[in-house]
Design a protein around this ligand. Structure first.
Ligand SMILES: Nc1ncnc2c1ncn2[C@@H]1O[C@H](COP(=O)(O)OP(=O)(O)O)[C@@H](O)[C@H]1O
Ligand SMILES: [Mg+2]
Length: 374
């Protein structure tokens, strides 16, 4: 799958843009604050209906305007499709359409899969558990849009259960109200854990292979799901549910005292181990980069395995951060298979990489195709 053409209207600092893209490689070069990330953000937005930089869609609308539009022409294996997204401020609305036919968000999703890699992704290794959960949850949502809804439902139950614990503290213990929240927390929590465990098994294998290639076979990467709930290999949803309920019972007094839910997927983490050692604690800068790159390459294969098509790869400012060897391995992994958009501040960053593809220059919200071959 690839994007053949993109059209923007009042998106960030673009007032009007029409661009034909290369099926494989697209290089965007420009000074800081010219619109490179904004363009990748627009493509990500067309694919997912949200930004990777903000939860507030208003920020995407060009200052002084009331709405923004992103349209892309996507070529799938099964044929071409025009996706269109309109985001308006007054009244607040977001309209999704495919080939001119308006669709609910849930039906719109899953037509275009982006894999994004930015310098902030290093936080997957060194950041808080929340950042790792977010990373893995996003992989799952891309493939199973319903997962996003399940996560929202779970958060709602969690909030209400926490409210009850805060309000009633010890008095909430054993109350029918708490019991009912426990039941819901266990049902929704087990579903989420089940999906995470499934995705993690795949991603663990795929990232181990990618990581081995990137390190010349010297390092072994293992991803391990961590939870207060006992995880038996091959456990089904029922077993996870009773596991959650059992740990909730053990923690009941502590939870009532703290006014917080201590058990569930919102507390879980994914351990990243390199040669058996925690990358969170010990990985060097270089190892962190390699690890994240391996995770992204795994994500590409995961999406292909689940959806049958290669995703779109968006590399914002990261290519120049990789050393020569890793650039080469990255290129070998994607070349000719994955449509890729790369940004950098200087064209020579792409020099050795360019055998094919298109080079563009971005200046103040305008994109110029550049004929000059590097
Ligand atoms: N809603 C908006 N309307 C107009 N300009 C915007 C909006 N949001 C951001 N910008 C401008 O976009 C520019 C940043 O673009 P960005 O793509 O992040 O730069 P870079 O090329 O460094 O990646 C800034 O100059 C910022 O002022
Ligand atoms: Mg940028």
């Amino acid at each position: 799958m690839y994007i053949e053409a993109v059209k923007l209207h009042n998106f960030r600092n673009y007032s009007q843009l029409e661009l034909t893209l290369d099926e494989r490689l697209n290089f965007f070069v420009g000074e800081n604050a010219q619109g490179k990330t904004n363009l990748l953000e627009a493509l990500f937005f067309a694919a997912t209906g949200r930004s990777f930089r903000t939860r507030n869609d208003e920020e995407l609308i060009r200052w002084g305007q009331d709405s923004c539009e992103v349209a892309v022409r996507v070529v799938h294996k099964r044929g071409a499709e025009k996706l269109h997204l309109l985001c308006r401020q007054n009244p607040k609305q977001k309209l999704y359409s495919s080939n001119g036919l308006q669709l609910p968000r849930a039906d719109y999703l899953g037509r275009l899969y982006p894999v994004l890699f930015t310098p902030e992704d290093l936080a997957i290794v060194k950041g808080a558990p929340q950042q790792r959960r977010k990373f893995f949850d996003e992989q799952i949502s891309k493939i199973y849009p319903i997962y996003e809804i399940e996560l929202k439902r779970f958060s709602r139950v969690l909030r209400q259960r926490n409210r009850l614990l805060k309000l009633r503290q010890e008095k909430s213990l054993g109350s029918p109200e708490l019991e009912s929240w426990n039941e819901q927390l266990a049902v929704l929590g087990a579903r989420i854990m089940q999906r995470r465990l499934f995705a993690l098994r795949r991603l663990s294998l795929l990232s181990r292979l990618a990581h081995r290639r990137l390190t010349g076979g010297e390092e072994t990467l293992v991803l391990q799901y961590q939870s207060a709930v006992p995880l038996r290999e091959g456990a089904g949803e029922d077993e996870l549910q009773s596991g959650i309920l059992a740990v909730l019972r053990e923690q009941a007094r502590r939870e009532a005292r703290l006014g917080q839910t201590l058990v569930g997927p919102h507390r879980d983490d994914v351990r990243l181990l390199i040669n058996g050692k925690s990358a969170h604690l010990y990985a060097s800068q270089g190892q962190q980069r390699t690890l994240v790159l391996a995770l992204k390459l795994a994500e590409i294969e995961f999406i292909r395995g689940e959806s049958g098509e290669f995703p779109l790869l968006l590399l914002d400012d990261v290519f120049s951060e990789l050393d020569g060897k890793r650039r080469k391995l990255l290129v070998e992994s994607i070349e000719g298979r994955v449509q890729t958009m790369l940004t950098a501040t200087a064209a020579e960053r792409f020099a050795f990489f360019r055998r094919s593809g298109k080079l563009f220059t971005i200046t103040r919200g305008e994109v110029f195709p550049s004929e000059s071959h590097l």
